[in-house]
Design a protein around this ligand. Structure first.
Ligand code: MN
Length: 193
């Protein structure tokens, strides 16, 4: 979709800089870090799951590449609404209702100090869980304190919202719910449960 496709919730300038500068930067640096490492043909999931967490170049740029790739996919111009069928049931089982899940996810995003991400993850067996992580870490990495496969993520670095929302992170989080592509998130749930 186009850079202006998520307006008015996420503005075109933010999307353009975020995708063409920030995400591109992580991708370029990840490719540089992988050169000669023997991991050039590994999947990004395998690289992150088996990561030496002291390897800052791979941790930051591998995480940055993966997290943003997911982020673009779980948003869309016809977003909003609520999750589908079995994902909806898993969210109800874990949180009681969609509204309670929304509060838990929004609080995780609002309360993550500094830069990071909030996630909805699925564990093998189908249980879902909300969590958050700092910087470009994500739940595939070991020892993040937040397990499973991420199926929804919100970028809460200031570069994701500052042009339009300035310091009002909670307003950006509210707006994010208008662009979530639940069809895609539900598909990721089915693939990873
Ligand atoms: Mn970002």
């Amino acid at each position: 979709y186009a850079y202006d496709a998520l307006e008015p919730h996420i503005d075109a300038k933010t999307m353009e800089i975020h995708h063409s500068k920030h995400h591109n930067g992580y991708t370029t640096k990840l490719n540089g870090a992988l050169e000669g490492s023997g991991m050039e043909s590994d999947t990004i999931e395998s690289i992150l799951e088996n990561l030496d967490m002291d390897n800052a170049a791979l941790r930051n740029n591998g995480g940055g590449y993966y997290n943003h790739s997911l982020f673009w996919e779980v948003m869309g111009p016809n977003g909003g609404g609520t999750p589908l069928s079995t994902l909806a049931q898993a969210i109800d089982a874990a949180y009681g209702s969609f509204e309670s899940f929304k509060s838990a996810f929004s609080n995780a995003a609002a309360n993550q100090f500094g830069s990071g991400w909030a996630w909805l993850c699925v564990q093998k067996g189908g249980k879902v869980e909300v969590c958050s992580s700092a910087n470009q870490d994500n739940p595939l990495m070991q020892g993040i304190g937040c397990g499973g496969t991420p199926i929804l993520g919100i970028d809460i670095w200031e570069h994701a919202y500052y042009l339009n929302y300035q310091n009002r992170r909670p307003d950006y989080i509210d707006a994010f719910f208008n662009v979530i592509n639940w069809e895609k998130v539900s598909e990721l749930y089915e693939q990873n449960k």
